[in-house]
Design a binder for this molecule. Structure first.
Ligand code: SAH
Ligand code: SF4
Ligand code: F3S
Length: 438
């Protein structure tokens, strides 16, 4: 049993972990009482993520009593951050290893069967020629592809650079080969991942490496849609936007984390752009990419943030009108610059600001969603609808899920759907034509 928290980096690591475990003869179960191995692929970006994990592990005490051979393992960023300390803090845990130790999993598991075991947590150098056969896809037609590992930005609030190490791009030719292999396996959609995909290739000496990579993928037969996340507004050049606009496979879904609307706070966060530069980027994206869907990440209650400065964030989301936003209240992370700043804001205020932010964005998101009714979108059918028998869920190029009636044989193919109803994030509609397009 493997549970993944956190960002898409962890989802991509999970693809790899599943591949390795399958190679060792493991079959996956969702049932705790059946499992011989319970692995948590963890996140430590906010304290809340850590608390959730601790609760989950403590709840496994009975499973451990029932099955003496059960191995409980913690992987991912929290493991990398706490390393051996985690074994002391959580006595039920047998194995701790970081994102850089995944390749050693067969050996680590062998050891964990008889003693408490940790990975070596050492940084890894270059990407090591991972093959498409070595991963297991949650959906056979869709894959996540890590194009750049780590982060060198050191935004003042963020722990990621400390746990994931410096930016290392995967070489262009190797990525091209990897994505061709995926296409050969029937993959139609790839999501290119990195904490800052716009920095792709800088460490390899490429300029505009991200645009070049996208142009190479455009030429790969079988791949129909290309998604990407996350973009760093500072590194997203106008040239990249223009080159992307010329490509047919790149989806019109731009996740552009702004974090705050006040220039002073952006500066304190070390984001490297101003509110004005950010709004200019948004205007460029909107003018070159028709029908683009915009989303963002926002932090409220950063140390020293005044009511007026928070008001500038509210003002910014009203100006941009994102379809959706991931919103958080600031969570101090030990070792980061912001955790040591004066003017830490009490939790009550941070939470109250978050509530205001969420209600403002929800209203905008709903209005934007309602504008989609009556429109027709091509969707890639992902699955059956969870609570709606005889219905499917497909995702548009802009990343919106639409529920519509259809037969499950359509899963993995492209269907045109007209939106009939919009309720917050969920859209429902009906198919335009029943036949598969493929
Ligand atoms: N690389 C991406 C984001 C990675 S972390 C980027 O630069 O945008 C995902 C999100 O978590 C961030 O965008 C930020 O909004 C949030 N986050 C990171 N550290 C945080 C902290 N200490 N407290 C609250 N939210 C945080
Ligand atoms: Fe964290 Fe900033 Fe890197 Fe994103 S760009 S992972 S927020 S340090
Ligand atoms: Fe969390 Fe690690 Fe991602 S800290 S956000 S899982 S890189």
């Amino acid at each position: 049993m493997l549970t993944t928290f956190g960002c898409q980096m962890n989802q991509a690591d999970a693809q790899r972990i599943r591949g390795l475990l399958a190679g060792l003869g493991f079959t996956e179960t969702e049932d705790e009482s059946e499992a011989d191995l319970i692995l948590f692929n963890t996140c430590c970006v906010r304290q809340h993520a850590e608390q959730r994990l601790i609760g989950r592990i403590q709840s496994l005490i009975n499973a451990k009593k029932r099955n003496a051979d059960l191995i409980i393992g913690v992987a991912g960023c929290m493991a990398q951050n706490m390393q051996g300390e985690l074994l002391e803090a959580l006595p039920l845990v047998d194995l701790v290893f970081g994102p850089n130790d995944i390749e050693d999993l067969p050996l680590l598991l062998q050891r964990a069967a008889s003693e408490k075991t940790t990975g070596n947590f050492a940084p890894r150098g270059a990407f090591d020629g991972e093959s498409a056969d070595g991963i297991i896809l949650h959906r056979p037609f869709s894959a996540m592809v890590n194009i750049i590992r780590g982060c060198t930005n050191f935004c003042s609030y963020c722990i990621v650079p400390y746990v994931r190490g410096p930016e290392v791009s995967r070489p262009l030719d190797e990525l091209e080969k990897f994505i061709k292999e995926l296409a050969g396996r029937g993959v139609k959609e790839v999501t290119l991942l990195g904490q800052n995909v716009n920095a792709y290739g800088k460490d390899l000496g490429l300029s505009e490496g991200f645009a070049t990579l996208l142009e190479r993928i455009e030429q790969i037969d079988g791949i129909k849609w290309v998604r990407f996340m996350t973009s760093h507004p500072r590194d997203f050049s106008l040239e990249t936007v223009k080159r992307m606009a010329a490509l047919t496979k790149v989806c019109e879904q731009y996740h552009l984390p702004v974090q705050a609307g006040s220039n002073r706070i952006l500066h304190e966060m070390k984001r490297g752009y101003t509110r004005e530069r950010y709004l200019e980027l948004i205007a460029n994206v909107r003018s070159h990419i028709p029908g683009v869907s915009l989303s963002t990440d926002i932090i409220c209650g950063f140390p020293g943030e005044t009511d007026t400065e928070f008001g500038e964030t509210l003002d910014l989301i009203r100006k941009v009108r994102y379809e959706t936003a991931f919103m958080y209240y600031y969570s101090p992370r030990e070792g980061t610059a912001a955790a040591a700043m004066a003017g830490q804001i009490d939790e009550e205020t941070r939470k109250a600001r978050l509530a205001d932010l969420i209600s403002a964005q929800n209203a905008i998101g709903l209005e934007e969603s309602q504008k989609l009714t009556g429109k027709t979108f091509e969707v890639l059918v992902e699955s059956e609808a969870a609570r709606n028998e005889g219905h499917l869920v497909g995702k548009t190029r802009t990343g919106r899920s639409i529920d519509f009636p259809g037969d499950k044989s359509l899963i993995g193919s492209f269907v045109k759907v007209t939106v009939e109803k919009a309720r917050n994030w969920t859209l429902s509609g009906k198919p335009v034509a029943e036949e598969k397009e493929d």
